[in-house]
Design a protein around this ligand. Structure first.
Ligand code: SME
Length: 161
């Protein structure tokens, strides 16, 4: 199946999921499962959320699908994850082995995308996806993953949790 068609199909499924799921706490595990099951190159999919009130700020592993990662708590100055959360910008890395910021989760990972989740204008967490394929996250994937992260932010704003 063509990538654009697959993305469109899964985008519709995710949008439907967001409409029928009352809270972000329920949406996040369902979303990572759907992305992991349906997007063939999304080999690890998970959320890191900012720990409320933590000083210094800390990203904590939330719902995820894929192999267990040693990185369950990531400070903002570490990793691709820290870079995305501290800048509030999506980070796409085509070859993780060439990026000195990269914290390894699996030896098989070749590329990664991290998209911040915003609620009420502030970064509250992020959606992190690893691929066993180099340069898996083309601009069309980037737009799709940003849409997913946005749905979680909106749900957090609407439901408060
Ligand atoms: N690779 C991430 C760490 C998280 S694991 O990939 C699940 C990073 O460099 O921040």
């Amino acid at each position: 199946m063509q990538v654009a068609r697959r993305i469109e199909e899964v985008r519709n499924e995710i949008s439907q999921l967001a409409e029928t799921t009352p809270t972000a706490q329920e949406l996040m595990p369902a979303m990572v499962k759907l992305l992991h099951d349906r997007m063939l190159k999304y080999n690890w999919v998970g959320f890191y959320m900012l720990e409320p009130g933590a000083q210094p700020p800390m990203l904590v592993l939330g719902a995820f699908e894929g192999a267990m990662t040693p990185h369950t708590r990531i400070p903002l100055h570490q990793g691709i994850c820290g870079a995305a959360a501290s800048s509030g910008q999506t980070v796409v890395v085509d070859d993780v082995n060439k990026d000195p910021r990269y914290l390894a989760c699996s030896l098989e990972t070749k590329s990664e995308i991290v998209v911040p989740v915003f609620a009420h204008g502030k970064v509250v967490g992020e959606l992190d996806i690893d691929s066993h394929f180099p340069a898996a996250f083309t601009p069309e994937h980037q737009a799709f993953v940003q849409h997913c992260a946005m749905l979680v932010g909106k749900k957090l704003e609407a439901s408060g949790n």
